[in-house]
Write a protein that binds this ligand. Structure first.
Ligand SMILES: O=C[C@H](O)[C@H](O)COP(=O)(O)O
Ligand SMILES: C=C(OP(=O)(O)O)C(=O)O
Ligand SMILES: [Mn+2]
Length: 464
């Protein structure tokens, strides 16, 4: 289908705000096979009267911040679990993830002298698309685990049966996580003067932890200097962190979508930013159509098979007004493909007048299977993809606007390599992810330093 036809087919949103009718009836990729549709309707009905988790004003604030990034005056850090779990919403687990994000952000801010916009894959990332709908173990085949929002990870017929009541639990787990995030951010914990406190024991002792401590010392000194000069420290005292997840379960998303009386526009209330995944980005699909009906900032994952025409079509359909901050492209090409495949896509965006944010997801195109059967990723491949992403943007004169990573604050062994190398053999004991392999805290900070070097070279030249 040509772009013009696609745009016509989708009735590009106008001021007479489109509603749920716009996406219902279109093909829904990756939809769970809910066995009890009456129960689903009941749960969705209840959720549609629940309070939303985020406000339209916060979503608009995020759009404004992303507009700065799209225009080259900021950097976006988006990170968190591949799959959040209902059991992972303790205050400690959430705090560790927050600390990791804050540490990465500090390293990047310091290197790039650019504001870093922080978005968690948090408080809503409970549903997973899968490449195969079933899983077979020892001759037994069951539905694949699709995230705690849909079914249980335990390999039993009962756990794997999709249960709509889990949508309620998803809402509650998201609300609980968000409450913890808000408490930490407003309670002084994100104050830049806590920069040492975020460095956890097991990381503090590592080489990358010591490198971080030196940077934290520099920041302390700079803050003391600013304070001694009686200058305003207000901007260092609090931090904004926004939430995001793949907008996969449309019944859930629709139930939490509300029309904002200020503007008459619809906003998803489940998180600040929703994205389309590599498996849910069909141009004529329900997921994309749903995103055309909401005013939140949104993102689309782009794998190595993405065409330049598709990029143009995403911009026409999702950002017809070419509003900086509205649309982010998350390139997840793989280290092998990024240098070859990405340039044509960036050029396509420029050629249709898109002012989009480009960020790199160096995780999903670099998944391999370890000899033990675990899904893993090599740290060097991850760094190589980020490096390729920066090279492509340097060559085109466009802005390498951010990073999208799967991480945890914990001392897990899921990705191999890094400065304190994790070997294939370590995966047996240290693998905790419910889905994809995440960078542990040291690997995350190490990636931050490697990215900081690229940022510094891009903005301040290699020599300075
Ligand atoms: O992020 C998650 C995975 O990449 C996606 O769910 C596919 O994983 P799978 O190939 O194990 O199904
Ligand atoms: C499923 C994911 O990624 P992608 O859609 O890029 O494969 C993810 O981000 O966990
Ligand atoms: Mn993933």
């Amino acid at each position: 289908m040509t772009r013009a036809l696609l745009a016509a087919a989708h009735h590009v949103p106008t001021t007479d705000a489109p509603t749920a009718d716009h996406w219902r009836g279109r093909p829904v990729a990756q939809a769970p096979d809910w066995p009890d549709s009456r129960l689903l309707d009941r749960v969705v009905g209840e959720l549609s009267t629940a309070s939303t988790l985020v406000s339209p004003q916060e979503c608009d604030d995020l759009t404004d911040r992303l507009a700065q990034v799209a225009q080259g005056a900021g950097f976006l850090l988006q990170g968190g679990d591949c799959a959040e779990t209902f059991g992972g919403t303790s205050s400690l687990a959430v705090r560790r993830k927050l600390e990791t994000l804050l540490q990465i952000a500090v390293v990047l801010t310091y290197a790039g002298s650019l504001p870093v916009v922080k978005i968690g894959r948090m408080a809503g990332q409970f549903a997973k698309p899968r490449s195969v709908p079933t899983e077979t173990r020892d001759g037994v085949t069951l539905p694949a685990y699709r995230g705690d929002a849909v079914n249980g990870i335990e390999f039993t017929a009962q756990a794997r049966r999709p249960d709509p009541r889990r949508l309620h639990e998803m809402y509650q787990a998201s609300a609980a996580t968000l409450a913890i995030i808000r408490a930490f951010l407003t309670g002084g914990y994100a104050d830049l003067r806590q920069v040492h406190a975020w460095n956890q024991d097991f990381v503090a002792r590592s080489p990358v932890g010591r490198r971080y401590e030196r940077l934290a010392d520099d920041i302390d000194r700079a803050l003391r200097f600013v304070q001694a000069c009686n200058m305003d420290l207000a901007g260092t005292r609090s931090v904004d962190l926004y939430t995001s997840h793949e907008g996969l379960l449309l019944d859930y998303e629709e139930a939490l979508t509300r029309t904002d009386p200020r503007t008459g526009r619809r906003y998803a209330g489940s998180g600040h930013l929703l994205w389309l995944g590599e498996r849910t980005r069909q141009l004529d699909g329900a997921h994309l159509a749903y995103l055309t009906t909401i005013a939140n900032p949104i993102a689309v994952k782009l794998g190595p098979a993405t065409t330049a025409d598709e990029v143009g079509a995403y911009i026409d359909l999702l950002d017809p007004q070419r509003r900086p901050g509205r649309l982010t492209f998350i390139a997840r090409m793989g280290a092998q493909a990024v240098r070859d495949r990405l340039p044509a896509l960036v050029e396509a965006a420029v050629s249709v007048g898109g002012v989009v944010t480009w960020i790199s997801d160096p995780m999903h195109g670099n998944t391999i299977t370890a000899p033990s059967g675990h899904k893993t990723r090599r740290f060097d491949d991850i760094v190589d993809e980020v490096t390729g992403f920066f090279e492509v943007h340097a060559a085109l004169g466009t802005h390498p606007g951010g990073l999208h990573i799967e991480l945890t604050g914990d001392d897990v062994a899921e990705c191999v390599g890094g400065g304190e190398p994790i070997a294939f053999d370590d995966l047996h004991a240290g693998y905790e992810s419910a889905c994809d392999p995440r960078l542990n805290r040291s690997q995350s900070i190490e990636l931050a330093f490697r990215t900081a070097e690229l940022l510094h070279a891009q903005f301040h030249g290699n020599g300075s």
